[in-house]
Design a binder for this molecule. Sequence first.
Ligand code: SAM
Length: 237
Amino acid sequence: MITKKDIRKAYQRHADKYDLSVQLYRLLGLRIEAYRSYTVDLLSLQKGDWVVELGCGTGLNFPRIMEKIGPGGRLIGVDITPGMLDVARAKADRCGWQNVELIESDIAAFHFPPKVNGVISTGVFGYVPEYDCVIEKASRALAPGGLLVIFDLKRPERWPSWLFHLYLGLAQPFGVTPAYFHHKPWKSVERHFPATRFEERYGGLIYISTGIAGIPTAGEIIEEMANLEMFPVPSPS
Ligand SMILES: C[S@@+](CC[C@H](N)C(=O)[O-])C[C@H]1O[C@@H](n2cnc3c(N)ncnc32)[C@H](O)[C@@H]1O
Protein backbone atom coordinates (compact mmCIF):
# COMPACT_ATOMS: atom_id res chain seq x y z
CA MET A 1 0.00 0.00 0.00
CA ILE A 2 1.25 3.45 -0.90
CA THR A 3 1.62 5.73 2.14
CA LYS A 4 1.56 9.51 2.51
CA LYS A 5 5.32 9.32 3.09
CA ASP A 6 5.72 7.60 -0.33
CA ILE A 7 3.56 10.26 -2.03
CA ARG A 8 5.54 13.07 -0.42
CA LYS A 9 8.80 11.40 -1.50
CA ALA A 10 7.56 10.99 -5.09
CA TYR A 11 6.53 14.66 -5.34
CA GLN A 12 9.69 15.84 -3.59
CA ARG A 13 11.72 13.99 -6.22
CA HIS A 14 9.73 15.44 -9.14
CA ALA A 15 9.05 18.95 -7.80
CA ASP A 16 11.47 20.76 -10.11
CA LYS A 17 10.18 18.93 -13.18
CA TYR A 18 6.48 18.92 -12.22
CA ASP A 19 5.37 21.92 -14.31
CA LEU A 20 7.05 20.46 -17.37
CA SER A 21 5.80 16.92 -16.82
CA VAL A 22 2.12 17.94 -16.63
CA GLN A 23 2.54 19.10 -20.22
CA LEU A 24 2.73 15.38 -21.10
CA TYR A 25 -1.06 15.25 -20.71
CA ARG A 26 -1.18 17.19 -23.97
CA LEU A 27 0.46 14.25 -25.72
CA LEU A 28 -2.49 12.15 -24.56
CA GLY A 29 -4.80 14.78 -26.01
CA LEU A 30 -5.99 15.98 -22.56
CA ARG A 31 -6.50 19.76 -22.35
CA ILE A 32 -5.67 19.98 -18.66
CA GLU A 33 -4.80 23.69 -18.78
CA ALA A 34 -8.23 24.57 -20.16
CA TYR A 35 -9.87 22.62 -17.31
CA ARG A 36 -7.67 24.31 -14.71
CA SER A 37 -8.93 27.69 -15.89
CA TYR A 38 -12.51 26.43 -16.03
CA THR A 39 -12.22 25.08 -12.46
CA VAL A 40 -10.99 28.42 -11.12
CA ASP A 41 -13.70 30.26 -13.06
CA LEU A 42 -16.35 28.04 -11.43
CA LEU A 43 -15.33 29.48 -8.03
CA SER A 44 -16.91 32.81 -9.15
CA LEU A 45 -14.30 34.75 -7.20
CA GLN A 46 -14.45 38.49 -6.61
CA LYS A 47 -11.74 41.00 -5.78
CA GLY A 48 -10.79 40.74 -2.10
CA ASP A 49 -11.95 37.12 -1.67
CA TRP A 50 -10.18 34.55 0.49
CA VAL A 51 -9.36 31.23 -1.16
CA VAL A 52 -7.84 27.99 0.13
CA GLU A 53 -6.14 25.65 -2.33
CA LEU A 54 -5.82 22.10 -0.94
CA GLY A 55 -2.73 20.34 -2.34
CA CYS A 56 -1.63 23.45 -4.23
CA GLY A 57 1.59 21.83 -5.48
CA THR A 58 3.79 24.22 -7.47
CA GLY A 59 1.00 26.79 -7.74
CA LEU A 60 -0.15 26.14 -11.30
CA ASN A 61 -3.63 27.45 -10.39
CA PHE A 62 -2.27 30.57 -8.68
CA PRO A 63 -2.06 32.98 -11.66
CA ARG A 64 -5.76 32.65 -12.49
CA ILE A 65 -6.83 32.79 -8.83
CA MET A 66 -4.69 35.89 -8.22
CA GLU A 67 -6.11 37.54 -11.33
CA LYS A 68 -9.59 37.12 -9.79
CA ILE A 69 -8.95 38.08 -6.15
CA GLY A 70 -6.39 40.86 -6.73
CA PRO A 71 -3.94 42.23 -4.16
CA GLY A 72 -6.74 42.75 -1.60
CA GLY A 73 -7.62 39.05 -1.46
CA ARG A 74 -5.82 36.19 0.22
CA LEU A 75 -4.70 32.85 -1.17
CA ILE A 76 -3.73 30.09 1.24
CA GLY A 77 -2.00 27.14 -0.43
CA VAL A 78 -1.62 23.92 1.56
CA ASP A 79 0.60 21.02 0.52
CA ILE A 80 2.38 18.12 2.17
CA THR A 81 5.54 18.30 0.00
CA PRO A 82 8.11 21.00 0.84
CA GLY A 83 9.76 20.86 -2.61
CA MET A 84 6.44 21.58 -4.35
CA LEU A 85 5.87 24.54 -2.02
CA ASP A 86 9.40 25.85 -2.74
CA VAL A 87 8.52 26.04 -6.45
CA ALA A 88 5.18 27.72 -5.60
CA ARG A 89 6.98 30.22 -3.32
CA ALA A 90 9.50 31.12 -6.03
CA LYS A 91 6.58 31.70 -8.43
CA ALA A 92 4.79 33.97 -5.93
CA ASP A 93 8.01 35.93 -5.28
CA ARG A 94 8.66 36.36 -9.00
CA CYS A 95 5.14 37.69 -9.51
CA GLY A 96 5.32 39.95 -6.44
CA TRP A 97 2.25 38.35 -4.79
CA GLN A 98 2.43 39.31 -1.14
CA ASN A 99 -0.99 37.93 -0.26
CA VAL A 100 -0.11 34.26 -0.85
CA GLU A 101 0.44 32.16 2.27
CA LEU A 102 1.93 28.68 1.85
CA ILE A 103 1.44 26.07 4.55
CA GLU A 104 3.26 22.74 4.67
CA SER A 105 0.67 20.34 6.03
CA ASP A 106 -1.33 17.23 5.33
CA ILE A 107 -4.71 18.61 4.24
CA ALA A 108 -6.33 16.14 6.65
CA ALA A 109 -4.71 18.06 9.54
CA PHE A 110 -5.32 21.55 8.16
CA HIS A 111 -7.50 23.98 10.12
CA PHE A 112 -9.46 26.19 7.74
CA PRO A 113 -9.81 29.88 8.54
CA PRO A 114 -13.49 30.79 8.96
CA LYS A 115 -15.67 32.33 6.24
CA VAL A 116 -13.49 31.67 3.21
CA ASN A 117 -15.09 32.44 -0.16
CA GLY A 118 -13.65 29.55 -2.15
CA VAL A 119 -11.89 26.21 -1.74
CA ILE A 120 -10.23 24.52 -4.71
CA SER A 121 -8.44 21.22 -5.13
CA THR A 122 -7.04 19.79 -8.37
CA GLY A 123 -5.50 16.33 -8.55
CA VAL A 124 -5.20 15.61 -4.83
CA PHE A 125 -8.12 13.82 -3.15
CA GLY A 126 -7.20 10.39 -4.52
CA TYR A 127 -4.14 10.52 -2.22
CA VAL A 128 -6.10 11.43 0.90
CA PRO A 129 -8.05 8.64 2.65
CA GLU A 130 -9.66 11.22 4.97
CA TYR A 131 -11.17 13.10 2.02
CA ASP A 132 -14.74 12.93 3.38
CA CYS A 133 -13.72 14.67 6.61
CA VAL A 134 -11.72 17.33 4.69
CA ILE A 135 -14.70 18.06 2.43
CA GLU A 136 -17.00 18.33 5.45
CA LYS A 137 -14.58 20.78 7.10
CA ALA A 138 -14.43 22.80 3.86
CA SER A 139 -18.24 22.98 3.78
CA ARG A 140 -18.24 24.44 7.29
CA ALA A 141 -15.40 26.89 6.61
CA LEU A 142 -17.07 28.44 3.58
CA ALA A 143 -19.14 31.59 3.91
CA PRO A 144 -22.77 31.09 2.79
CA GLY A 145 -22.76 30.96 -1.02
CA GLY A 146 -19.01 30.15 -1.08
CA LEU A 147 -17.92 27.36 -3.41
CA LEU A 148 -15.78 24.24 -3.26
CA VAL A 149 -14.57 23.06 -6.67
CA ILE A 150 -12.69 19.79 -7.19
CA PHE A 151 -11.11 18.82 -10.50
CA ASP A 152 -9.67 15.33 -10.42
CA LEU A 153 -9.37 11.89 -11.95
CA LYS A 154 -11.79 9.00 -11.63
CA ARG A 155 -11.94 5.50 -13.05
CA PRO A 156 -13.20 6.02 -16.59
CA GLU A 157 -16.05 3.52 -16.98
CA ARG A 158 -16.16 4.06 -20.72
CA TRP A 159 -12.46 3.37 -21.36
CA PRO A 160 -11.19 -0.06 -22.41
CA SER A 161 -9.18 -1.62 -19.59
CA TRP A 162 -5.89 -1.64 -21.60
CA LEU A 163 -6.06 2.14 -22.15
CA PHE A 164 -6.70 2.78 -18.47
CA HIS A 165 -3.71 0.60 -17.53
CA LEU A 166 -1.55 2.46 -20.05
CA TYR A 167 -2.56 5.70 -18.34
CA LEU A 168 -1.78 4.20 -14.90
CA GLY A 169 1.71 3.29 -16.11
CA LEU A 170 2.36 6.90 -17.16
CA ALA A 171 1.02 8.34 -13.90
CA GLN A 172 2.75 5.82 -11.61
CA PRO A 173 5.87 7.99 -10.92
CA PHE A 174 3.45 10.41 -9.22
CA GLY A 175 2.07 7.80 -6.85
CA VAL A 176 -1.12 7.31 -8.89
CA THR A 177 -2.07 3.67 -8.33
CA PRO A 178 -5.44 1.87 -8.68
CA ALA A 179 -6.09 2.89 -5.04
CA TYR A 180 -6.33 6.54 -6.17
CA PHE A 181 -9.52 5.61 -7.99
CA HIS A 182 -11.24 4.03 -4.98
CA HIS A 183 -12.00 7.46 -3.53
CA LYS A 184 -15.24 9.17 -4.52
CA PRO A 185 -14.94 12.78 -3.33
CA TRP A 186 -17.90 13.93 -5.43
CA LYS A 187 -20.12 11.71 -3.25
CA SER A 188 -18.81 13.57 -0.18
CA VAL A 189 -19.59 16.87 -1.87
CA GLU A 190 -23.15 15.61 -2.42
CA ARG A 191 -23.32 14.54 1.25
CA HIS A 192 -22.02 17.75 2.82
CA PHE A 193 -23.27 20.54 0.54
CA PRO A 194 -26.89 21.58 0.04
CA ALA A 195 -26.39 22.36 -3.66
CA THR A 196 -24.00 20.52 -5.97
CA ARG A 197 -23.05 19.96 -9.59
CA PHE A 198 -21.09 17.13 -11.23
CA GLU A 199 -19.49 17.07 -14.67
CA GLU A 200 -17.37 14.46 -16.44
CA ARG A 201 -15.00 14.70 -19.41
CA TYR A 202 -12.86 12.34 -21.48
CA GLY A 203 -15.09 9.31 -21.14
CA GLY A 204 -15.22 9.75 -17.35
CA LEU A 205 -11.46 10.08 -16.62
CA ILE A 206 -11.87 13.64 -15.42
CA TYR A 207 -14.59 15.02 -13.18
CA ILE A 208 -15.40 18.44 -11.84
CA SER A 209 -17.47 18.52 -8.68
CA THR A 210 -18.86 21.74 -7.26
CA GLY A 211 -20.54 22.36 -3.91
CA ILE A 212 -22.22 25.59 -2.84
CA ALA A 213 -22.24 26.28 0.88
CA GLY A 214 -25.55 27.05 2.51
CA ILE A 215 -26.53 28.86 5.68
CA PRO A 216 -25.28 26.93 8.74
CA THR A 217 -27.84 25.20 10.95
CA ALA A 218 -28.37 26.33 14.56
CA GLY A 219 -26.55 23.17 15.75
CA GLU A 220 -23.51 23.96 13.59
CA ILE A 221 -23.38 27.56 14.88
CA ILE A 222 -23.47 26.38 18.51
CA GLU A 223 -20.75 23.80 17.81
CA GLU A 224 -18.58 26.43 16.11
CA MET A 225 -19.03 28.88 18.99
CA ALA A 226 -18.03 26.19 21.48
CA ASN A 227 -14.78 25.79 19.53
CA LEU A 228 -13.96 29.50 19.81
CA GLU A 229 -11.96 30.50 22.88
CA MET A 230 -13.91 33.78 22.95
CA PHE A 231 -17.10 31.87 23.81
CA PRO A 232 -16.01 29.00 26.05
CA VAL A 233 -18.79 26.66 27.04
CA PRO A 234 -19.02 27.14 30.84
CA SER A 235 -18.07 24.06 32.76
CA PRO A 236 -20.46 23.04 35.53
CA SER A 237 -19.14 24.23 38.92
C1 SAM B 1 -1.00 16.00 -8.87
S1 SAM B 1 -0.28 17.15 -7.78
C2 SAM B 1 -1.44 18.49 -7.97
C3 SAM B 1 -0.83 19.81 -7.64
C4 SAM B 1 -1.71 21.00 -8.04
N1 SAM B 1 -2.97 20.97 -7.35
C5 SAM B 1 -1.93 21.02 -9.54
O1 SAM B 1 -3.08 20.94 -9.98
O2 SAM B 1 -0.94 21.11 -10.28
C6 SAM B 1 -0.74 16.50 -6.18
C7 SAM B 1 -0.28 17.38 -5.02
O3 SAM B 1 -0.97 16.92 -3.84
C8 SAM B 1 -0.05 16.97 -2.76
N2 SAM B 1 -0.57 16.06 -1.73
C9 SAM B 1 -0.75 14.73 -1.80
N3 SAM B 1 -1.28 14.27 -0.65
C10 SAM B 1 -1.45 15.34 0.15
C11 SAM B 1 -1.96 15.50 1.47
N4 SAM B 1 -2.41 14.46 2.20
N5 SAM B 1 -1.99 16.75 1.99
C12 SAM B 1 -1.53 17.81 1.28
N6 SAM B 1 -1.04 17.71 0.03
C13 SAM B 1 -1.00 16.49 -0.53
C14 SAM B 1 1.28 16.56 -3.38
O4 SAM B 1 2.36 16.97 -2.59
C15 SAM B 1 1.22 17.29 -4.72
O5 SAM B 1 1.75 18.58 -4.63
